[in-house]
Write a protein that binds this ligand. Sequence first.
Ligand SMILES: NC(=O)C1=CN([C@@H]2O[C@H](COP(=O)(O)OP(=O)(O)OC[C@H]3O[C@@H](n4cnc5c(N)ncnc54)[C@H](O)[C@@H]3O)[C@@H](O)[C@H]2O)C=CC1
Ligand SMILES: O=C([O-])CC(=O)C(=O)O
Length: 260
Amino acid sequence: MKIGVIGEGAIGRYVIDQLSIDGRAPLISLVRPARMDRANDKVSVRVASVGDLPDDIDLMVDCAGHAALIEHGAAILKRGIDLVTVSLGALADENLEQLLTQAARTGGAQLHLASGAIGALDCLQAARVGGLSEVTYTGRKPPAGWRGSAAQERVDLDALTFATAHFRGTARQAATQYPKNANVAAAVALAGLGFDHTQAVLIADPDATANIHEIHASGAFGSFGFRIEGKALPDNPRSSALAAMSVISAIHRRRAPITT
Ligand SMILES: NC(=O)C1=CN([C@@H]2O[C@H](COP(=O)(O)OP(=O)(O)OC[C@H]3O[C@@H](n4cnc5c(N)ncnc54)[C@H](O)[C@@H]3O)[C@@H](O)[C@H]2O)C=CC1
Ligand SMILES: O=C([O-])CC(=O)C(=O)O
């Protein structure tokens, strides 16, 4: 299977490392033009545009964030190449969602949303069939996990002495205002009640030692609570290791003769 990766940051590097251990086919990296000369011995080919991807590529994986999905997503799908993405929050923009839907139909390809740093999405998807009445997502990270986000303008991250909510609103608002931190809110919304009916709370917690994500949902099925304490990737305190693992898991499931 010939795979192309977008993004050589914390998630991208994990994915490239794992795929090179699998070692079945050359890896292609789609990078910004300024990064064309960067060295990574696990990558065989570097390209700066979707047009330069080889014809026999099987799958692209976006590990680069909203800007990359916006820039490359439609062109990849239109070329008939399936795309796995971690940038779910970008779909809070309805125009982008429509553009990607149309591109996938035109190319006969599929955009696969990696489960990312959260779980229990299967439960929400099934519960949605019978009708959900309420879904709340709470994201809690140490202050360092919120650096570079809108939280910085709302609370003094360096001076916090107790857990402080810096955002309360819908999943659409969270995903739009926190592009690097609230993809999980988008995942919960897309699996359950949608962007405008899923409530989100984002908390900076000086006592937290992990990225903690919680879902509380109720509906015709009953109710459930889900909580995960995810370790951050060593290179980026914002991003949970599970998000990178979920990309590899998505690729493995595509190859498997029997899959969930
Ligand atoms: N679904 C989920 O649960 C999660 C999703 N994410 C998303 O994944 C993104 C990446 O996370 P990290 O690897 O930790 O970030 P990072 O900042 O370590 O790496 C991002 C990489 O993407 C590259 N990049 C950015 N825009 C690009 C473009 N237009 N074309 C090509 N490359 C581009 C950057 O040069 C950098 O190498 C986050 O910004 C966030 O949106 C992150 C954590 C969890
Ligand atoms: O990695 C995490 O813990 C969550 C995250 O950044 C996101 O949802 O974008």
